[in-house]
Design a protein around this ligand. Structure first.
Ligand SMILES: [Zn+2]
Length: 421
């Protein structure tokens, strides 16, 4: 590890003092799965506290965990990321539709499309390389290598002003800069916006999607708060951020992925050729109505989260007392938050099944629940499977008809604890 976590009581964008509204206690790194031989070693924990800025309305973690603590180095000193975007068919389709929209609405022959945090190329793989230039910027070597094997030009690095200037020199400016589930984990968003300013054509657009805070508040999904997610956005906070750089939101569209995301579309204020959609004002007004700008929206959230935690613990303990066997389904990073916050150990959850080979044989951080193959899950006939990747519940239930037919039931924690079917 080359860096330490940084805790500050002030907004990382505008420096005003933050107001704390949720504390999930001491938390390990969500994806820091533990090897069997390391189970007795001391793990790293940090206080997972969330606050909002009364000035620019950005909701953020008090503690920043540097990338180096979750992008783990392998024996060749290469950064590895455990999440491959293209393992989900639903997400593949989602990114294909986004690419089609960008293609039709914003690109011209030979335009450059840049994806910041391009992972395994799940977005860029959809663009016709004979018509457009594509470039991924992705710090993790293993996923970038997969993108390159698909013919996607990828820079294996973090986005910085130096990299942005090099990109412009080598490839020219971008017509479209896209990013999915990445902006929220860039510690210095002022630096990111300076990079966007360098990279973007005068009439170019910056479009990105991230989990949408009002949905988190509405659905009690506290598991969206984890080390990689420093920020939780609203149209209010994005408006304030991009206006610092003479840009503005010209559209925003809700996306039913990752439990509810907002896709923002940003342009330079000087570009009058793109009209500002009615969606922007509608969303700003809805946010104002729930009190995003006054802090009202956060007041009941903490109470709802404690209630949700209590409901889940009560249900699981009741099932255990009836002699039922409970396992976990999908070793998503969200599950680290739920299991550690609710103190769900192997005495309650026997194991978690996951189809990512790199995770199998390892243990969940903090609570040390073993991760096993889907084969083990299919042979085992447990009574209940607690789904950590609850945002994929439809896909999971379609896939696991055999488990359901044999009497198996799924438990999802959000928005309220439920047993399905
Ligand atoms: Zn602020």
């Amino acid at each position: 590890m080359t860096q330490n976590p940084i805790t500050s009581d002030n907004c990382k964008i505008c420096d005003k003092e933050l107001i704390k509204f949720l504390s999930l206690g001491q938390m390990p790194i969500a994806n820091a799965l533990v090897k069997k031989e390391d189970l007795s070693k001391k793990e790293f924990f940090y206080p997972l506290d969330i606050g909002f800025c009364p000035s620019c309305y950005t909701v953020q973690m008090f503690t920043i965990i540097p990338y180096e603590m979750y992008l783990r180095l392998d024996e060749n000193q290469k950064r590895n990321y455990v999440f491959f975007s293209s393992t989900s068919e639903v997400m593949k389709q989602h990114f294909k539709e986004w690419a089609d929209e960008i293609d039709k609405s914003y690109l011209k022959q030979d335009s450059l499309v840049i994806d910041i945090g391009s992972n395994d190329g799940i977005l860029l793989q959809n663009f016709n390389k004979n018509k457009f230039k594509v470039l991924g910027i992705e710090p993790a070597h293993n996923v970038a290598e997969v993108a390159r094997s698909k013919g996607i030009n990828t820079i294996t690095d973090y986005i910085t002003e130096t990299i942005a200037k090099e990109v412009v020199n080598k490839f020219g400016k971008a017509r479209v800069i896209a990013s999915a589930n990445v902006i929220l984990n860039i510690a210095d968003l002022n630096e990111l916006m300076r990079c966007i300013n360098i990279l973007l054509e005068e009439e170019g657009i910056f479009t990105f999607e991230d989990p949408y805070l009002p949905v988190i508040l509405e659905n009690n999904t506290y598991d969206q708060f984890y080390d990689e997610h420093i920020y939780y956005f609203t149209a209010h906070s994005i408006k304030n951020l991009v206006e610092r750089y003479n840009m503005e939101i010209f559209d925003a569209k809700f996306q039913n992925v990752h439990g509810g995301s907002m896709r923002f579309y940003v342009k330079r204020k000087s570009n009058k050729n793109i009209k500002i959609s009615e969606n922007v004002n509608t969303i700003l007004k809805k946010e104002k109505d729930i009190g995003i700008d006054s802090g009202k929206a956060y007041q009941s959230f903490n109470k709802n989260v404690q209630q949700n935690k209590n409901d889940l613990i009560v249900l699981l303990k009741k099932l255990k007392s009836e002699g039922k066997r409970i396992v976990g389904y999908g070793a998503a990073s969200k599950g680290t938050i739920v299991t550690n916050f609710c103190k769900l150990t192997p005495s309650i959850i026997d194991y978690i099944s996951d189809n990512t080979p790199a995770k199998q044989g390892l243990y969940y951080p903090g609570v040390h629940i073993p991760i096993v193959t889907p084969e083990k899950f299919h042979e085992d006939n447990s009574d209940y499977a607690l789904v950590f990747a609850w945002n994929h519940i439809k896909e999971i239930m379609n896939k696991e008809q055999d488990y359901i037919n044999k009497g198996g039931k799924f438990i999802i924690p959000f928005p309220n604890v439920q047993i399905l079917p």
